[in-house]
Write a protein that binds this ligand. Structure first.
Ligand SMILES: CC(C)(COP(=O)(O)OP(=O)(O)OC[C@H]1O[C@@H](n2cnc3c(N)ncnc32)[C@H](O)[C@@H]1OP(=O)(O)O)[C@@H](O)C(=O)NCCC(=O)NCCS
Length: 212
């Protein structure tokens, strides 16, 4: 039986090795890392969190899905604990399935046995406990459908007309992320938003910190 000290040292070493391994991936290539852990992840995803929970092999993510910071994947139902006085080995699990083109916003908690349909948006801070139909916006605790993605798209396009920097440059065939003007565009965006929201002309380089 391993002593507490050795166990702590071993866990610390494993955590360090894990962080070192994932450090070489960015949010567009993390899918590769998670596939090696057994998760099913499609193409063109942006995944910010450094883990897909304790059972990544129970997570299935479609194409072009974005997972924001601090999203938690919980595939294990820890409530099984209450059964363990009679059945010490009992454990409960369930899959998490996210279809194509979904947005899982910051600090969302995803519980076992859920299926989020394609083109859906889960609002920040929500706790998803049930299936969410395709093309819907769901939010809250527990997450409930409050709108449609199509309506949100219309609204987003109108807002972007005002918020996009007028001097933005994107060469043909590229987009915001792949453009060779990416860094300049981030700086142009920062200046434009500072002017728009605070009415200040800002020439100083603010080194934009948001994750677009
Ligand atoms: C889901 C989301 C896209 C909805 O945006 P929206 O359509 O502009 O939403 P609105 O601000 O018009 O709000 C619509 C309703 O939902 C409610 N609501 C909005 N966001 C909510 C949230 N995260 N949780 C609970 N309720 C929320 C609003 O209070 C409003 O309710 P009302 O109609 O009763 O007044 C947005 O709330 C969100 O979470 N965006 C992601 C933010 C994020 O994670 N950014 C980091 C990405 S890297």
């Amino acid at each position: 039986m391993m002593s507490g000290t050795w166990q702590r040292l071993r866990d610390k070493y494993r955590r360090m090795r894990y962080l070192k391994a994932i450090a070489s991936y960015d949010r567009f290539s993390k899918a590769e890392f998670f596939r090696k852990q057994g998760a099913q992840v499609g193409e063109g995803c942006s995944i910010i969190p450094d883990n897909l929970g304790q059972e990544p092999y129970l997570v299935k993510i479609g194409n072009h899905v974005t997972i924001a910071n601090h999203v938690q994947f919980i595939n294990h139902n820890g409530a099984a604990w209450v059964c363990r006085d009679q059945d010490p080995n009992l454990q409960l699990f369930g899959p998490i399935v996210i279809d194509d083109n979904c947005v899982i916003s910051q600090n969302v908690i995803l519980l076992p046995n859920i299926h989020i349909g394609a083109n859906s948006i889960i609002g920040a801070g929500s706790v998803v406990i049930n299936d969410i139909p395709a093309n819907s916006i769901a939010m809250g605790v527990p997450a409930r459908v409050i709108g449609s993605t199509d309506k949100f798209k219309e609204k987003a396009k109108e807002i972007w007309k005002v918020q996009q920097p007028p001097d933005m440059e994107i060469e043909p065939g590229a987009d915001w992320f792949t453009s060779r003007h990416y860094q300049e565009n981030r700086e142009r965006l920062r200046r434009h938003l500072v002017k728009l929201f605070w009415g200040i002309d800002s020439n100083q380089d603010g080194g934009g910190t948001h994750q677009d």
